[in-house]
Design a binder for this molecule. Structure first.
Ligand code: THU
Length: 135
């Protein structure tokens, strides 16, 4: 189960500054699952979110087609609410995923919410906009 893999990934979170542990499991169309955790940095801004870790692992292996991502996140890995992906991660999803097909699964102890990428990023800026000449 994709959510279970997200919980496994969460255990690897490197979060000495926020203590907020996030795990993601990204399902590629070829059936491979790429797991990612958040990786923080003393300089703060180089911090990488769990979702982007998963995407960058996949893309760096030549995989660019995806069906779904499961995300879990909470303080110190304790019980908490669902963890919605940040705006930057939504933008990275928009680069590779069909907004109406790609599913974002947000799981918590007693909750499971599933959204399409379009629901989370309406009117996102994509490569199609770069091709438009503005007329
Ligand atoms: N974080 C993620 O990994 N994914 C998100 O979508 C939201 C935020 C991480 C970044 C940072 O390490 C910690 O959560 C607190 O912001």
């Amino acid at each position: 189960m994709l959510t279970e893999e997200a919980y496994q990934a969460q255990k690897k979170a490197y979060v000495p500054y926020s203590g907020f542990m996030v795990g993601a499991a990204l399902l590629a169309k070829n059936g491979t699952v790429y797991k990612g955790c958040n990786i923080e940095n003393a300089s703060f801004s180089p911090t990488n979110c769990a979702e982007r870790t998963a995407f960058f692992k996949a893309v760096s292996e030549g995989v660019k087609e995806f069906d779904a991502i499961a995300i879990v996140g909470n303080k110190r890995g304790e019980k908490g609410d669902i963890c919605p992906p940040c705006g930057v991660c939504r933008q990275v999803m928009a680069e590779f995923c069909d907004p109406d097909e790609f599913q974002v699964i947000l799981a918590a102890e007693d909750k499971n919410a599933v959204y399409t990428l379009r629901e989370l990023l309406p009117l996102g800026f994509t490569k199609k906009d770069l091709e438009s000449d503005g007329t």
